[in-house]
Design a protein around this ligand. Sequence first.
Ligand code: ADP
Length: 550
Amino acid sequence: MSEYPKSPLMGQMMSQPLLISSIIQHADRHFGNNEIVSRRLEGDLHRYTYRDCHRRTRQLANALAALGVKMGDRIATLAWNGYRHLEAYYAVSGSGAVLHTINPRLHPDLIAYIANHAEDQYLLFDACFLPIVEAAAAQLKSVKGYIMLCDRGQLPSDSKLPTLLCYEELIDASSDDYAWPIFDENSASSLCYTSGTTGNPKGVLYSHRSTVLHSYASAMPDSLNVSGRDTVLPVVPMFHVNAWGLPYSVLLTGAKMVFPGAALDGKSLYELFEQEQVTFSAGVPTVWLGLLTYLAQNNLKFSTFKRTIIGGAACPPAMMKTLRNQYGIEVVHAWGMTEMSPLGTTGTLQTKHLSQSVQEQELRLQKQGHAIYGVDMKIVDDDGRELPWDGATYGNLLVKGQWIVDAYFKNEGGDVLQDGWFPTGDVATIDADGYMQITDRSKDVIKSGGEWIGTIVLENIAMEHPAVQIAACIGVCHPKWDERPLLVVVKKPGADVCREDLLKFYEGRIAKWWTPDDVVFVESLPLGATGKMLKNKLREQFKDYTLPTV
Ligand code: ADP
């Protein structure tokens, strides 16, 4: 972090560091009676207020201090979205320690790698993850104790874990008299590892300043648009880039929070949306598939749900249309990444677009959107030359801003910036109005005869077909063209379509040479720990596939 020159005349406004503890203090002081509802692992609903949450957060901060946790120490969590996880978010960061959220869907060996790399001191975990923790424990070098997020009396008596503590006992034994420390806003607040689809995961170390600024910016009307009149249900897990910042932005605005716990199936989600009158949600496209299938099978509608953010992977236009036209839900397409805290762009219209045709508006909303204030972006060619914003030229997408990674934790990967810009690894176009559209991840793009074919476009078209549940497109070796597209498809339950019909479906929708060379039908597609398609697994699976065009 560099020092900037000082003006001879400095402003005379209060200088208060941007600290995460200020969010929970604000939430308690100004919206203390507002509710946080959590579906617990036991299946029941837990409810309490922001004020209760703040009190228990202070108790947890005292408990951690009594365990010897100091500023800068890393405290790990392996937990679903719920009130205790939220308490850990604020108690750990607020006291100056660093919250390290680990994705429980990772293999125990990878969890051990991450926890060792982060040098985690304590590990807080949901009871359902005990087997994973036990499987990883022997390899964990720095962990001094394990804290199970459970009630008194729920601790297993036969666990092999060396120091196993009960969360509620720690809380009960601790005073709520705790003054949040004031420190430099650039101090580390939390740590998230990238999913490591290629190579080992790398840590992104957020600061209090970056987190608070991201929370402000992400709550704005043309970002996530969180308001005090919303009831927000984050489906995106708190272990996936801090649930896209919602644990902070929701409390900052005084909205009601609803946590789904581990029950992410269509039925459980639908019931929670209805019972708690949820108005706003956020998640990756694959979770909405489950929910939409459940709604269709049971002929159900939502009564209060009005708006959702879909991101983390390209939202298929067919899904947007179904949500909008059949269920009256506004879909905001968002793009970002772990390295960006995560929010970079959101797809909302400006006044000048309102007079355009519905079709033009739909096409615009399918893009990943405009940069939110605090993020700048550009597209460049392989030599780093900036490319035009014409909506057609695609290039490598670079970003910079206040909540974008400067270097990975412990400097893994060395100097990652290019002239102060972070290369996202995505390939995109930007149009004259500043709307960015992702064509592909650079490692997924298909190189056919020296030209690029974007797989997202091919997948989106396939998913417009009424018989297609989900589709993925990968490049397969071709002696003449280097690579050609292969479409891998999961059909909707009870629906049927053949290869020829699906290929015909591309006619007129796309340049002929982009049409996939072949279609394979499968039962399911490999999904990663954050619910995204694992294209590398798919490429591995089909690496010896012979295309009919060979
Ligand atoms: P990982 O998938 O490696 O865990 P992230 O969760 O940080 O990493 O995902 C970031 C990547 O996800 C982006 O670089 C981009 O490729 C993809 N992504 C995120 N949002 C979108 C979107 N709306 N459309 C297309 N791709 C997206």
